[in-house]
Design a protein around this ligand. Sequence first.
Ligand SMILES: Nc1ncnc2c1ncn2[C@@H]1O[C@H](COP(=O)(O)OP(=O)(O)OP(=O)(O)O)[C@@H](O)[C@H]1O
Ligand SMILES: [Mg+2]
Length: 194
Amino acid sequence: MLQEYRIQLPDSEATDQLAAVLATCLPRQLCVWLEGELGSGKTHLVRGLLRALGCRGAVRSPTYTLLETYDVDAPQTVRAGVRAPSTGARQKLEAESGLVVYHFDLYRLASPEEWAEAGFDDLPDPAVRLIEWPQRGGAATPPADLRVGLAVAGRGRSATVIACSRIGGETCQTLGSALQAQPAGSALHWVSVC
Ligand SMILES: Nc1ncnc2c1ncn2[C@@H]1O[C@H](COP(=O)(O)OP(=O)(O)OP(=O)(O)O)[C@@H](O)[C@H]1O
Ligand SMILES: [Mg+2]
């Protein structure tokens, strides 16, 4: 099973838009690896995602804390410019409000052992794990259901979304439908690779 999307993000608003679309696709349990060089937009994507999920407080980069936790109680909202999900999808979202999101940044992880020492294996589930710099955790990093890669492309960014598990594949399929439902003038230009 391999499902992959490539998406052009000409400006940071387009990253917000992708984040808002992704927010409508999230199951309660998912591990997302966020890959890309320094400054490629990983935290920006997480910020957009949490805002789209209804998180109104500050979304800090976990550069030094390694982990920030969010309990998103508010009903999920859909940003202006992003087509709202169907009634069925919305009911599913509302039934699933109360999502827990763990945002990791492992850039400053001293060694993979620090993952377990920090208690990261014992965090309550179900939860969505969004992990920047996953490779720094080595084998301690939970396996990805979805890999989201960001790369600088001219003045903007390009994103790849790859499914790596059954639940990742389902999320990717939902993402494909949500991307297809975007209005014609959307800044998100995407292709399905396979
Ligand atoms: N599509 C885009 N086009 C142009 N700039 C963007 C785009 N998306 C995000 N940015 C900008 O990229 C900059 C760096 O973003 P961010 O801090 O999220 O990077 P990062 O990948 O988390 O970096 P780090 O690895 O250091 O944590 C921010 O100023 C953000 O607004
Ligand atoms: Mg970051």
